[in-house]
Design a protein around this ligand. Structure first.
Ligand SMILES: Nc1ncnc2c1ncn2[C@@H]1O[C@H](COP(=O)(O)OP(=O)(O)OP(=O)(O)O)[C@@H](O)[C@H]1O
Ligand SMILES: Nc1nc2c(ncn2[C@@H]2O[C@H](COP(=O)(O)O)[C@@H](O)[C@H]2O)c(=O)[nH]1
Length: 204
């Protein structure tokens, strides 16, 4: 029942979060999670956003340590073996994971910590942290999702097809989450996320 996680060498029982709060935000690729999170962090810089590790190649303008920590597949494999990731998953041909120590450190400092991750990783986090708040972002329709992925202009047609294929399974899992928010009108969705975050975290 009680997962034991290590913070800087000390064992800490985390079946409930000791100080801070953890929020998991998921939803299909292209739904607008990243754009919503960036807007939320601008409004509320007191939140802590976890920067993930990935084997995906950087897109134009992406900077190591800002959007992601970009690593090779062998480096990612080493991180798994050394238990440095709180969760990880393969998504559309690349690996993604959440660095363990920084997240646990921020939680232990009482921060409200935000993870923006795909479904499999979100499920892992929900198992390890049953007290985490789980938010699912829905697209208004699959056609609009495709439009957003194409409009973003960052992925090849093959990568977009893989992401859309996966989106169908992800959307059917939305009811596993505490809250479902449709990102149709951006400001309405942002207000709904802010309200969910702060009713859970208090003043963070
Ligand atoms: N409410 C909205 N209405 C129209 N376009 C939107 C809306 N929200 C986000 N977008 C646009 O949709 C595109 C995809 O958004 P974004 O990159 O944030 O998605 P994502 O869910 O983070 O994707 P991924 O999981 O692949 O990182 C962007 O071009 C963004 O500007
Ligand atoms: N399981 C995890 N998924 C993650 C993590 N960081 C990001 N993601 C998700 O990956 C997809 C694709 O992202 P993209 O930047 O290549 O478009 C998207 O759904 C992200 O939410 C993570 O640490 N773990």
């Amino acid at each position: 029942m009680t997962p034991v996680l290590s913070i800087q060498g000390s064992a800490t029982s985390l079946n409930c979060l000791p100080e801070g709060k953890l929020i998991v935000l998921t939803g299909p690729s292209g739904v607008g999670k990243g754009t919503l999170v960036r807007a939320l962090l601008q409004r509320h810089p007191e939140l802590y956003f976890s920067i993930s590790v990935t084997t995906r190649a950087p897109r134009p303008g992406e900077i190591h340590g800002k959007q992601y920590y970009f690593v090779s597949r062998s480096e990612f494999q080493q991180m798994i073996e050394q238990n440095k990731l709180l969760e990880w998953a393969e998504f559309a041909g690349n690996y993604y994971g959440t660095p363990r120590d920084t997240v646990l450190e921020q939680i232990s400092k009482g921060k409200c910590v935000l993870l923006e991750i795909e479904l499999e990783g979100a499920r892992q986090i929900c198992q390890s942290f049953p007290d985490a708040k789980r938010i699912f972002i829905m697209p208004p329709s699959l056609a609009e999702l495709e439009q957003r992925l194409r409009g973003r202009g960052q992925d090849s047609p093959e990568a977009i097809a893989r992401r859309l294929q996966r989106a169908k399974d992800e959307i059917s899992a939305a009811s596993e989450f505490d809250i479902q928010i449709v990102n149709d009108d951006f400001d309405t969705a942002l207000d709904a996320i802010a309200s969910a975050v702060f009713s859970f975290c208090g003043s963070a």
